[in-house]
Design a protein around this ligand. Structure first.
Ligand SMILES: Nc1ncnc2c1ncn2[C@@H]1O[C@H](COP(=O)(O)OP(=O)(O)OP(=O)(O)O)[C@@H](O)[C@H]1O
Ligand SMILES: [Mg+2]
Length: 283
């Protein structure tokens, strides 16, 4: 579905590549989480998958990027945009500035895609329900809070029904309830066969919702696999992506002599409960 083979990239007028030899292979209908410290290259990778690099940002891109078997480098930007939706990191920048209401803002991309008006209204209504935006539809996009703008930015991409949705830190402005809602929407998208690539720092939610995790560090993908394996990996600290609170509690317990001999640190609450229950006999 989404394949990157040996992708390297340097921004215009820079010498040092930001990404080197990145390879990924993400299947259809997968929720793939990509983790990386600040400055690791997450936004850069998001733009590469969506074809914004090199179409918009320019620079030196090598290797191959394909979506549904089609090389993104061979497509015009308009064709790339119809395959991959990109929710950009700063929701304020995603707002078109060309529309007066949230309803029109969400429909903006559909107008560009030439979708007929009745279908447009149905699709906007559907995505507004999904993200609880109904009460905001007649408001100006500029009157909204940062979190509300972020939901509108997500809605305006979901509504396009592109086969791939790339989300660059889509919950950064949201409170815990809004964040959970966005993560729950991922499952709905997966059910519709949409492939989601989400760049996020919220490890516990990623662990619950992602099918696979990738770690971006030192300009490349340094780990890929099952979310539990990745988040319990012995190298976790070296990747500077943090750890779940359950892992941290277990580490603190080990420092006090508990959980001796435990080979895999817990990542989720359920795993932590099991691990501490097993350890009960030792005290
Ligand atoms: N337009 C640009 N020109 C030159 N260098 C850039 C440009 N945009 C980003 N960079 C550099 O590329 C590197 C990766 O940046 P990127 O924004 O992809 O990281 P990130 O993981 O998304 O960071 P954050 O967590 O802060 O969003 C950084 O060193 C950054 O300074
Ligand atoms: Mg970023």
């Amino acid at each position: 579905m989404i394949r990157l083979d040996g992708v390297s990239y340097a921004y215009p007028d820079t010498v040092r590549p930001v990404l080197e030899n990145v390879s990924l292979d993400i299947g259809r209908g997968t929720i793939a989480g990509i983790l990386g410290a600040s400055g690791a290259g997450k936004t850069t990778l998001a733009k590469i998958i969506a074809g914004f690099i090199p179409h918009v940002d320019g620079g030196e891109l090598s290797g191959t990027v394909s979506v549904e078997g089609q090389g993104m480098g061979d497509l015009q930007l308009a064709e790339a945009v119809s395959r991959v939706g990109l929710v950009i990191q700063n929701p304020f920048n995603q707002i078109s500035g060309a529309r007066y209401t949230v309803r029109e803002e969400i429909a903006f991309g559909l107008e560009n895609f030439g979708v007929a008006r009745p279908e447009m209204q149905d699709r906007v209504g559907e995505v507004a329900d999904l993200l609880n935006l109904g009460p905001l539809l007649d408001r100006s996009p500029y009157e909204l809070s940062g979190g509300q703008q972020q939901l509108v930015a997500i809605a305006s991409m979901i509504v396009l029904r592109t086969p791939v949705l790339v989300m660059d830190e889509p919950t950064s402005q949201l409170d815990p309830a809004g964040t959970r809602m966005v993560f729950d929407v991922l499952s709905t998208l997966r059910g519709a066969g949409i492939t989601v690539v989400i760049f996020e720092h919220k490890l516990e939610l990623l662990h619950q919702h992602a099918d696979v995790l990738y770690v971006l560090a030192d300009r490349s993908i340094v780990a890929a696999g099952d979310p539990t394996d990745i988040l319990a990996d012995a190298h976790l600290a070296e990747w500077h992506i943090g750890s779940t609170r359950y892992t941290r509690v277990a580490r603190a317990a080990q420092k006090r002599g508990l959980l001796a001999g435990l080979r895999h640190l817990p990542v989720s609450l359920e795993q932590a409960v099991a691990v501490f229950a097993d350890d009960g006999g030792a005290r």
